[in-house]
Structure formats: structure tokens, C-alpha cells
Write a new protein. Structure first.
Length: 117
């Protein structure tokens, strides 16, 4: 019984406020303070490539370099590759395939590289 009396009073108060006209609209309040900064967003897509810049000026001509001999010489033969007395055999290449056997290839030709001492 006590609960039904409380419910009845609550309903009566709720319905009593429905029949009244609202009062006049109040003035707008002042703007509030700024909130905290949000998290950084995702990176956007890459933009289009820009136009090429103007061509630069031609540079000065460089000094002529000293002439030097490479001191290398290639030799080719069907047998073993050999160099002159003042040279050293530094490399053997077998264009037909396979590994070299000392200064010659199992299948000809043999190409050697001689370096001046």
C-alpha cells in the first residue's frame, strides 16, 4: 500500500507539469572553453609529381687527366693461356662452360687475362 501511494503521487506530479505553457526563451550563454586536442589523423595520399625545374648552366670544362696504360692484356687460344715474361696470368675464363684446369679449359677456347709486372 505504501508503494502504491508513492507511485500515485509521482504520476500526479508528472501530469501536473504537462498542462503549463513554457516561459520565454532565455538569452544565449557565453562560449565555453576549448576542449583538449584530439589524436592526429591518418596520413593522406601522396600528391602529384611537380613540374621539372629549369635546366642548369653548363659547367666549366675539366682539366685533362694523365694518360696511363692499363697494363692489362687479354689472350685467347685453344690450349693453355700464356703471358709474356714481364706479365702474370691473373685470370682464366672458359666461355664454353665448365671450370678451368690451371691455365687451360677442358673445352676450347681459353681466354686469359695478363697483368704487366
Amino acid at each position: 500500500m505504501r508503494i502504491s501511494a508513492i507511485i500515485a503521487i509521482g504520476i500526479a506530479l508528472a501530469l501536473a507539469g504537462c498542462g503549463r505553457d513554457p516561459g520565454p526563451k532565455g538569452e544565449r550563454g557565453a562560449q565555453g572553453a576549448d576542449g583538449p586536442q584530439g589524436a592526429q589523423g591518418a596520413q593522406g595520399p601522396q600528391g602529384p609529381q611537380g613540374a621539372p625545374g629549369p635546366r642548369g648552366e653548363k659547367g666549366d670544362k675539366g682539366d685533362k687527366g694523365d694518360a696511363t696504360a692499363a697494363g692489362l692484356r687479354a689472350v685467347q687460344g685453344d690450349g693453355a693461356a700464356s703471358c709474356e715474361a714481364n706479365e702474370t696470368l691473373v685470370s682464366v675464363f672458359c666461355p664454353s662452360g665448365g671450370a678451368s684446369d690451371g691455365a687451360k679449359c677442358a673445352t676450347p677456347p681459353t681466354i686469359g687475362l695478363c697483368l704487366r709486372k
